[in-house]
Every structure is written in C-alpha cells, then in structure tokens.
Design a protein around this ligand. Structure first.
Ligand SMILES: CCCCCCCC/C=C\CCCCCCCCCCCCC/C=C/C(=O)SCCNC(=O)CCNC(=O)[C@H](O)C(C)(C)COP(=O)(O)OP(=O)(O)OC[C@H]1O[C@@H](n2cnc3c(N)ncnc32)[C@H](O)[C@@H]1OP(=O)(O)O
Ligand SMILES: Cc1cc2nc3c(=O)[nH]c(=O)nc-3n(C[C@H](O)[C@H](O)[C@H](O)COP(=O)(O)OP(=O)(O)OC[C@H]3O[C@@H](n4cnc5c(N)ncnc54)[C@H](O)[C@@H]3O)c2cc1C
Length: 662
C-alpha cells in the first residue's frame, strides 16, 4: 500500500479516526495473518511482472486487440501460477489479482473454473488420469459448452445430439438445427481447443438424457477448427469482452467412446447404457460454481464499496451547515445509506460463502460414500443464495457507481465495468428466477414434510419451529430480527403452498397451479435466502474471534444489514411477523444510529478488504485518494489527446462550417 505521506489529507484524517486495527480485520477476513502474508506475497509476484502492465487503458483498444491482449496476459499470468506452484509445492492462495491483470474476464476462466472441475468431478479415475494432467498443465485448453442458442435454462431441452455407434465405438456429435448451436461458452470463440460438450445421448434410437462429452475441436498445432466443427465468437456484450464467449456446431463429428465422462452414467462397448445413481449428479459443476459465485459477490461488493467510500471521503460538495466549509459527501447520511450496506453485504456474502463451502465439502464427501441425503439441500441452498446475492451485489455496485456522481460514469472509475461483470452473474450459471423456482420446489417439499411433523434439514428446520410455536412477541434484537425473517419465509412458503392448493381445488393440475403461484414461489425463495443470510452472518459475527474493538464494528455492520432489510421489507414483516409500527419506528432510529456509528470507521472498513490499487483499477478509489490528479492523468491517455487537431476537423467540421457560410 502507498505511504500515508502522499495521501489526500481527508483520507489521512479518516484513517486516524478508525477505532479498530485494520490489519486485524484483514487477517480475519482472509482467514489468518499467514493467509494475508501469502496472498500479498503472491500478488507482489504477479505485479512485479512488467509485461503484465497495460500501456494504455483497455477501453481504447479494438475488440480484437482487447482479446489478444487478454490472451497475452492470461498466458503470462499462468506462468506465474506455475512457477509459484513449482517453488512452493502448492497452488497460490485464493486471490483476486487476475482483476489487476486482465481487468475484465480471463479467456481462461472457463478452463480453470469449469472445464478442469468437470473432468475432475464427472470423469472416471482413468479419464481423470488421461485428461487432467494435460488440462492442468495447459497442454490442452478447454471450456464448458452447455448453453445453446435455443436453450440455456432448460437443459433437458438441449438439442446437441451424441449418437453412439457400436461398430466403431464412437459417439457422433451433431447440431441439427440453428437453435442447437452452442452459444456463450467462455473461451470458445478463439481460445480453446477442447470442450466439455453437454449433449443428448442416443443409443439405437433411444434417448438417454443429457451427458458430458469431451471433444477436441481445434488442431493443437494450427488451431484450425477440425473438420465437422463450426466455431466462432459471439461478439460484444455488456461486459465479459475478453472472456471470448463463442458458438459451436458439429456436423457428424466423431469422438471415441471413452470421451463420454462416465463417473455417473456409462455406455458400454456394445451400446448398453448403465444409469448412474442419480442423473442430477451430471449437474455437479454448476452447483460448485454457484457456491463460488456467492464468494465472488463478496468481492465485487467490496471492490465497489472501497472505490465509492474512499471517493466520498475525498469529495467535497455543498454544505451541511452554511457556516462550515463544503462537506465531505461521506458526511451526508443519504450517502452513508447508499454505501454502508455495500460494505456490510460484502461481509454477509463472505460468511455465507464460507458456510456454503462447508456444506458443499460435506456433501461431496458423503457422495463419495454413495450417500445422497443432503444433495437436495445443497442444490436448493446454492440456487437461492447465488440468485439473491448476485442480484443484490449488482444493485449495490450500481448504487456505489451512482453515489460517485458524474465521475462514477467514467470508465476510469472502473465502476461501469464492475457493474457489467457483476450483473452477469444474475444470468449465468442459472438464471435468477429459474434458480429461485428450483429452491421453491425444495421449500414446498419441506413444507409438506413439516405438515406431517417430519424432521427437516437444518436450513429449513425453522419452518417446523415456526409451525409448532405460535408467533412470539417481536423482539427488536438481532436474534429477534433473524426470527422475524424466518417468520416471513414461513408465511410466504405457507401462502404459496396454499395458493397452489387453491388452484388445484379449482380444477387446475399441479403444473398449472404451480405456474399461477410462481410469483409467490419466487418471493418465498427470496425470503428463505434472506433468512439464511441474516442467520448465518449474525452467527458468524457472534462466534468470531475478533478483539472487542473490531467485534463491536463487525456487529454494527451485521446489525446494519439486518436493520436495512427489515426496513426494506417492512410490509412483509407486518404481514407475517408480530412486528408493530412502533417497532419499525424504533428500528428506523436504530438504523440512523448505526450509520452514524459506522461513519468514523468507513475508510478503515474498506481498507480492511485489502484490495490493492491495481485490483481496484480506479481513478476514484486508490489508497492515496489522489482522485482529481488521476482523473486528469487518465483523460490525457485518450488517443484524442495525442494530437492537437483531429483529422475529422478538416474532413467534416470545416467543410460543414464553410457550407454554412454560403
Ligand atoms: C474482498 C472480497 C474477497 C472475496 C474472495 C472470495 C473468493 C471465493 C471465490 C470463489 C471460490 C472458487 C469457486 C469456483 C468458482 C469458479 C467460478 C468460475 C466460473 C464462472 C463461470 C462463468 C461463466 C458461466 C458459465 C455458465 O453459465 S455454464 C451454464 C450454466 N447453466 C445453468 O446453470 C442452467 C440452469 N438450469 C439447470 O441447472 C437445470 O435445467 C434446472 C433448472 C436445475 C432444471 O433441471 P431439470 O433437469 O429440468 O430438473 P427439474 O425437473 O426441474 O428437477 C428435477 C429434480 O432434480 C433436482 N435437481 C436439479 N438440479 C440439481 C442439481 N444440480 N443437484 C441436485 N439436484 C438437482 C431438482 O431439485 C428436482 O428435485 P425434485 O424432483 O426432488 O424437486
Ligand atoms: C456472461 C455470460 C457467460 C456465460 N458463459 C457460459 C458458459 O461458459 N457456458 C455455458 O454453457 N453457458 C454460459 N452462459 C449461458 C448461461 O448459463 C445462460 O444464459 C443462463 O443459464 C440463462 O439461460 P437462457 O439464456 O436460456 O435464459 P432463458 O431461460 O431464455 O431466460 C429468459 C427469461 O425466461 C425466464 N424463464 C425461463 N425458464 C423459465 C421457467 N422455467 N420458469 C419461469 N421463468 C423462466 C427467465 O426467468 C428469464 O426471465 C453464459 C451467459 C452469460 C450471460
């Protein structure tokens, strides 16, 4: 981090006010002092590579140049990872340094994030032995090709066909229609030479559902598409410009039988199909990534909050009191209301991610012992938390951007790009509504089990408790608020269930009744997620090992999250819990008190995310607060500023002005 001496004086004053040890917060957030040291050490190693520094901001590059620069840097970054592993005999620690290098999304994201994990999770030991060493060492580069032009959410409807030919012991891949073309996979455009293709399996004319296959699509030497492969890039998007998303179609393209990933289901040489123990295990990589996305949401909220809080400490505009100098905009309570929820939410998502990671690891362990009892709970929880955290994080990033006024609209603030990338997570890895409806299926089942008095899984056990105990008087404590959110979820689950029953009594079948109740079902899933986020984050704060000074601030942040959402969803609480108008007024006052209490620590709190200037990549958010200098320095990099008079003057403006004289 830069030294205090070069800092904007407002930031120096803010840091002096902080009531806790920022290093303690950093170590707590990242797990330990050792984890912080190792992460910083690795980040240093990456940032020391001169070739990874961009000469000019990426926004000035063409689409093609931007991609090529992305690939160039991704390959260098890959070398740094490899060297670290060779030297330390372990992978680099979790870090976000890719953001400092690639800025947008790496063309290797899908290779590391889904191609390798799918081979590891869906391949037999023999298949893993064959593919993993090549993939991990980057002898081959892959992606995860599932979504098609016509189908993304409903994957049973995928149209890519893999027909088994027992004579040659091969699968024949075909994309018979335009809508069957793969569309979206990252890296597919021009980067990868392999992919996991999710396709409908046909044996002797019989369909056996969707399965993952490994296909080599480009020649390893020339990189040309292999015969029978039509592949390309899908063009510019809201973000993800360097992710190199692509399309792909096969025309009678043959792959060996061993290329079907057969950990779950198998096709024997003679074409016998052996079903797996649970066909949904084929969806395993998506579950893992959904858990990871909750962690990503923590990062994006932290990044946007760091930029906006530091900027708000430096920026002065208008007066709170006419007699005083122009105020730091961070002193306006409305600004605190916009920003502190982003700081608090980052901690909430982080705790939820750690909680989900544990659940995921346990279920994977159980699955390896053929125990599937807790898989539905994992799937349902990953779906709703991914859906709610990504949407909320997108809104928080946008709010932080808006909170930076006009400068937040500058690409150099890094907030527009961050918004584009964060909001993508609402759609990828399962569209929000679709995932919330998956959780709703689970909630309806849990509700029916609760009605029968059965024991429920831990994450939904509150439904049974709420059913058994009549509503107790509202308590304006964090624990009381958590209970309140559980009552809301309980009430919404019950109402959605009863709505389905109502439509069925009117003669509708279950599917139509489900569709008619689906707005309520989505809301029930959201309420369930909110109850989990509140409970998990409050418990994490209460059981943390933080010192009293830090603990006080972390509790304030967690309470801010609880109170913010109580006030945001007061209508629901009035409907489904025993909260009263008076309680809400007390909580409104409490919320204002929390904003005021957090205010002196605002800069310390974002320093506690320990995001380096290179990761922030923002004129507004640097540690030293040299906002205006950086804005001007960045503006001067514009190619339009490299010449005094642009040729368009002579070509267009002057002729126009001269014509106007006639
Ligand atoms: C400062 C802060 C620092 C913080 C630092 C934090 C660091 C931590 C971060 C990360 C950690 C690392 C983790 C790794 C992350 C790596 C990320 C990199 C990758 C990013 C990728 C971005 C690019 C995007 C890729 C993609 O989008 S790939 C394509 C994704 N596609 C989808 O998601 C499709 C969505 N659709 C579906 O999943 C399904 O179609 C469906 C909606 C689930 C429906 O399926 P269907 O077969 O039709 O089932 P149903 O009939 O509806 O249900 C039947 C039954 O099955 C159950 N079910 C369904 N799915 C599952 C499942 N997965 N598991 C178990 N069970 C399942 C369902 O519940 C039903 O059950 P019941 O019948 O009992 O109700
Ligand atoms: C940036 C980005 C990167 C991606 N990367 C990859 C990748 O690497 N590999 C890959 O395979 N895919 C990738 N995808 C594709 C992504 O997984 C899909 O876009 C996503 O799963 C949503 O599917 P869809 O586009 O078909 O949306 P649709 O399902 O068509 O959604 C459109 C609307 O229909 C609604 N809808 C659909 N079904 C239902 C239903 N059953 N009930 C109620 N409403 C419904 C949705 O809620 C939504 O409002 C990526 C997408 C993006 C945006």
């Amino acid at each position: 981090m830069s030294t205090e001496t070069k800092c904007n004086p407002d930031l120096v004053r803010e840091r002096a006010k902080c009531t806790f040890d920022v290093n303690e917060l950093i170590n707590l957030f990242y797990g330990s002092e050792k984890a912080t040291k190792e992460r910083r050490h690795f980040e240093d190693a990456v940032l020391a590579v001169k070739e990874l520094k961009d000469a000019i901001p990426e926004e000035y590059l063409s689409h093609k140049e931007r991609y090529e620069n992305g690939v160039r840097k991704a390959t260098i970054l890959r070398d740094v990872y490899r060297d670290y592993k060779a030297k330390h005999n372990r992978d680099p620690p979790p870090n976000q340094i890719t953001k400092a290098v690639i800025k947008d999304i790496s063309p290797f994201l899908l290779h590391n994030g889904m191609f390798v994990p799918t081979i590891a999770g869906q391949g037999t030991p023999e298949q893993q032995a064959e593919w993993l060493p090549k993939a991990e060492s980057m002898q081959i580069i892959g992606t995860y090709a599932q979504t098609e032009l016509g189908h993304g959410s409903f994957i049973r409807g995928l149209e890519t066909i893999a027909t088994y030919d027992p004579k040659t012991e091969e699968f024949v891949l075909n994309n018979p229609t335009l809508t069957s073309f793969k569309w979206w996979p990252g890296g597919l455009g021009s980067t990868v030479n392999h992919c996991v293709v999710v396709a409908q399996l046909y044996i002797n004319g019989k369909s056996h559902g969707i399965h993952p296959f490994i296909a080599q699509i480009r020649d390893l030497d020339t990189h040309k598409p292999l015969p029978g492969v039509k592949v390309g890039e899908i063009g510019p998007k809201m973000g993800f410009q360097t992710a190199n998303n692509g399309f792909l179609g096969f025309d009678n393209f043959r792959i060996p039988r061993k290329n079907m990933l057969m950990k779950n289901a198998q096709v024997l040489k003679d074409g016998t199909f052996v079903k797996g123990i649970n066909e949904k295990l084929t969806y395993g990589t998506m579950v893992m990534v959904r858990v990871g996305i909750v962690g990503d949401c923590s990062f994006y909220a932290a990044l946007a909050a760091t930029i906006a809080v530091r900027y708000s400490a430096v920026r002065h505009q208008s007066h709170i009191k006419a007699s005083e100098p122009e105020a730091q905009i961070l002193d306006y309570l409305t600004q605190q209301h916009k920003l502190f929820i982003a700081v608090a939410s980052s901690h909430v998502y982080r705790n939820a991610y750690l909680w989900m990671e544990k659940m995921y690891t346990n279920v994977m362990k159980e699955l390896s012992q053929d125990k599937q009892d807790n898989l539905p709970e994992l799937h349902a929880t990953a779906c709703c938390l991914k859906a709610v955290c990504s949407r909320d994080a997108g809104s928080l990033v946008e709010e932080c951007r808006l909170a930076c006024g006009g400068h937040g609209y500058m690409a150099s603030s890094n907030l527009p790009l961050t918004y584009g990338v964060t909001i993508a997570a609402v759609t990828y890895e399962g569209e929000r509504t679709v995932l919330l409806l998956q959780t709703a299926r689970y909630l309806m089942k849990a509700w029916m089990a609760a009605l029968k008095g059965k024991v429920l899984s831990p994450s939904v056990s509150y439904l049974l408790n709420s059913l058994k105990e009549s509503k107790k008087p509202w308590q304006n404590t964090p624990e009381g608020i958590v209970k309140g959110f559980q009552h809301v979820s309980f009430g919404k689950v019950k109402a959605a269930y009863e709505t389905i029953q109502k439509y069925m009594k009117q003669g509708k079948d279950y599917e139509d009744a489900w569709n008619l109740a689906s707005v309520q079902l989505v809301k029930a899933s959201e309420a369930h997620s909110r109850a989990i986020l509140c409970e998990v984050s409050w418990e994490a704060v209460c059981s943390s090992s933080a010192s009293p000074n830090l603990s006080r601030v972390l509790q304030q942040l967690a309470q801010l999250y609880l109170t913010y959402w109580t006030l945001e969803t007061s209508g629901d609480l009035l409907l489904y819990s025993n909260i009263t108008k008076d309680d809400l007024i007390i909580l409104r006052d409490k919320y204002e008190e929390l904003l005021v209490a957090i205010r002196p620590n605002a800069v310390g709190l974002v320093d506690g995310f320990d995001l380096r200037d290179e990761i922030l990549n923002s004129t507004l958010g640097s540690y030293d607060g040299r906002v205006y200098e950086r804005l001007m320095e960045e503006a001067l990099k514009s190619p339009l500023n490299q010449e005094t008079v642009n040729s368009s003057f002579h070509k267009y403006l002057k002729p126009m002005m001269e014509k106007a004289k006639l």
